[in-house]
Write a new protein. Structure first.
Length: 680
């Protein structure tokens, strides 16, 4: 029950803007009503003609709290900036607290704390506080991540324009200093950032270190654009307009912001293979930086290199450089933290090829020799609870001890030659306040960017800890933001087994944990595959009358492994009634359904073949096509053997374009392997 005192003079207006917030608006309103304050308050809500049930919910709350809530029910959609302006103009309080309809407050004392702060400091235009971000992409599962954390308690306009770190839900501002929105703000992709800068130009800004709000990033939110081109161009334009509005007094800060926007655009274009656009945006970023006497960042140089040189070549060069660093510089910069055998709860090795009798007699000689040599290959399994404080860096998930030494068991494949060490900054954070957890499970690993490793190295860790320790679902689980935003993670996150857990999503922040679980289960563990099968959505399970499809899974030239004479190979497949599919064009749900119905599968190594597990016990024949190499990964021959599938492998020929990632497949040899696959 809320405890807000009413009087004729309104001390504070809570300004809420709402549009299509049906899923969230109750939490926002309940967090307002839960406030405990000694001053009069009103709640002014601008409802921008939602197309869902938002308006009905607001009418329900107004009926329950008629003396508290005032609704502005627009007859047509005004858009964010005009709704913001209309709603703030309707506020009558000395102060205005901001809250968007999909955010909420977490402390009942928030408003009292902030009003007391501003009452004692008449020269301050606004104040804000620490806020958590809650990522909501597809599922309803919550994840939390601290973002706004400062060492200063007072910020100037210079601070505000240098770093955008003020969450809207955390702000209480002085209404008398609230600026009239300039015309260009109505053209902007965001409203809050320019408003905060203009307020900071009229008075100092206070920061309260208490965490008192949650800011949601969800599929319908304005900022959830996944850094698309239009949004980033809009941000650059906003920064230019703000620079002019402030009389170019903070030109350096805002110009660097624009340069960062262009650099983000270059990264976006790089990911899409639009290399001319990459170089164009990099030039715009560098032109601005050079004008300020600054140089390009390491990330920007990387974007340029990728746009100019074949990615395969760059990776080879990077691998050789990293091998050299590991043997020399990194030994000095990042010594290894000693972990004694007795510190491990579990530590053992296994021979995967001995555990499962893999038939190799029918394979080509090169494949047969390698797979037979793998009989002596070992894999380690361990479980370590690190009982001392450690810092987990964001890029790769390395953990550093309080002695600034690397904890190698923090990553399952920490000794592979392609894994770089952390940035040097990680060594300077021992005394710095960080996001902290008393206990944490690290699910960070080197294979976060594809679903083979998600199944085997991330989900398997959770199953392993539950199996060996009976891990409580209440223990927070650390993953990277990259993984969190992957569609395959979101697919499984909707399952109750994962949905109710506390996910800590690591973006760019360093995290301190005081008791940390690190583990590495064996890959290709049959009982873990069975658990993954059990998490498939009912609608995606195999249809009984559609289980005899024949699939050729191909890849486009943008991928590092593709068949140069793909049209010729696809034609051979089609002559034998195979469908030609590119899994990059299918959702995970579609891939699961297709694989569940597939009697025969032909695919390039890495083209989604791990999803053969969704055949779920029915017969299958698999022909795996390998690019020419000195080493051929064994993942799918083991998986096929475990699942009782027929398996064959074919090695491709060197392609015509060096370092392109492309290779050729001999058509005659392919026909022979395909015919053998189809034999009963």
């Amino acid at each position: 029950m809320f405890q807000i005192i009413h009087s004729s003079e309104i001390m504070l207006s809570v300004m809420v803007i709402a549009y299509n917030h049906e899923r969230y608006i109750r939490a926002a309103l309940d967090s307002i009503i839960a406030q405990k304050a000694t001053f009069s308050t009103e709640v002014v809500i601008g409802e921008d003609c939602s197309t869902d049930g938002t308006r009905a919910i607001l009418l329900e709350y107004r009926a329950r709290y008629p003396r508290l809530i005032r609704l502005l029910l627009h007859e047509h959609n005004l858009g964010v900036s005009h709704n913001w302006e209309a709603t703030t103009q309707a506020c009558r309080g000395k102060y205005i607290a901001l809250l968007e309809g999909d955010d909420y407050w977490t402390s009942p004392h928030k408003l009292q704390r902030q009003v007391d702060f501003l009452e004692a400091r008449p020269d301050f235009s606004m104040c804000f506080h620490r806020t958590r971000v809650e990522y909501e992409m597809v599922s309803r599962a919550r994840t939390r991540l601290l973002v706004t954390s400062h060492t200063k308690t007072e910020l100037t306009l210079d601070d505000v324009t240098r770093e955008w770190s003020i969450a809207t839900a955390s702000v209480v501002l002085r209404r008398s200093l609230m600026p009239k929105l300039p015309g260009w703000v109505h053209e902007s992709v965001v409203v809050d950032l320019p408003v905060f800068a203009l307020l900071a130009s009229r008075g100092r800004v206070g920061y309260l270190p208490e965490e008192m709000a949650v800011y949601r990033i969800n599929a319908g939110g304005v900022t959830n654009t996944n850094k698309q081109e239009g949004f980033l161009l809009g941000l650059a334009h906003m920064h230019k307009c703000l620079d002019q509005e402030l009389g170019f007094s903070f030109h350096r800060n805002l110009t660097l912001k624009i340069a960062n926007n262009y650099a983000s655009l270059a990264g976006l274009m790089n990911n899409e293979g639009r290399y001319n656009a990459t170089r164009r945006y990099l030039w715009q970023a560098w032109r601005l930086r050079i004008g300020l006497g600054a140089g390009p960042t390491k990330e920007e140089i990387k974007f340029l290199a990728i746009s100019l040189f074949p990615l395969v070549l760059l990776r080879k060069v990077q691998l050789e450089i990293n091998k050299l660093r590991i043997k020399t510089l990194d030994k000095w910069r990042f010594p290894e933290q000693a972990i004694q055998p007795g510190d491990f709860i579990i530590q053992r090795t296994e021979y995967p090829f001995r555990a499962y009798a893999v038939a190799t007699e029918h394979l080509a000689p090169r494949l047969r020799r390698q797979f037979e040599d793998n009989q002596n290959w070992t894999q380690d399994e361990y479980l370590l609870i690190y009982e001392q404080p450690c810092i987990i860096e964001p890029r790769y998930g390395w953990a550093l001890s309080s002695e600034n030494k690397l904890i190698y068991p923090s990553l399952g494949f920490s000794r592979v030659p392609y894994l770089p060490k952390p940035a040097g900054k990680a060594k300077d954070l021992r005394e710095v306040p960080l996001e902290e957890y008393p206990v944490l499970v690290s699910l960070r690993d080197t294979g976060e960017d594809n679903y083979y490793h998600f199944y085997n190295d991330v989900l398997a860790k959770l199953f392993f800890l539950e199996e060996k320790l009976g891990l409580s679902p209440a223990v927070p689980l650390l993953i990277s933001r990259r993984l969190y935003e992957r569609p395959y993670f979101q697919y499984f996150l909707a399952h109750p087994y994962l949905q109710g857990r506390q996910w800590v999503v690591q973006d760019e922040q360093y995290i301190r944990s005081h008791r940390t679980y690190f583990c590495k289960p064996l890959t290709h563990t049959p009982q873990y595959y069975r658990r993954i099968l059990g998490m498939v959505r009912p609608e995606d399970r195999t249809v009984a009358d559609a289980r005899e499809r024949r699939l050729f899974i191909t890849r486009g030239p943008k991928r590092l492994r593709y068949v140069e004479n793909n049209a010729e190979i696809a034609n051979i497949c089609q002559q034998m009634d195979f469908e030609v599919l590119d899994f990059d064009e299918l959702t995970l749900s579609e891939q699961i359904r297709v694989m569940g119905q597939a009697r025969y599968v032909v695919g390039i190594h890495g083209a989604g073949l791990v999803n053969i597990l969704f055949r779920n016990g029915c017969p299958m024949g698999l022909l795996e096509i390998y690019p020419p190499a000195a080493y051929f990964p064994f993942h799918y021959i083991i998986l096929a053997n475990q699942l009782g599938y027929k398996y064959d492998g074919l090695i491709g020929l060197v392609g015509s374009q060096p370092f392109s990632g492309g290779f050729r497949v001999d058509p005659a040899e392919f026909r022979q392997h395909l015919a053998a696959l189809l034999q009963p």
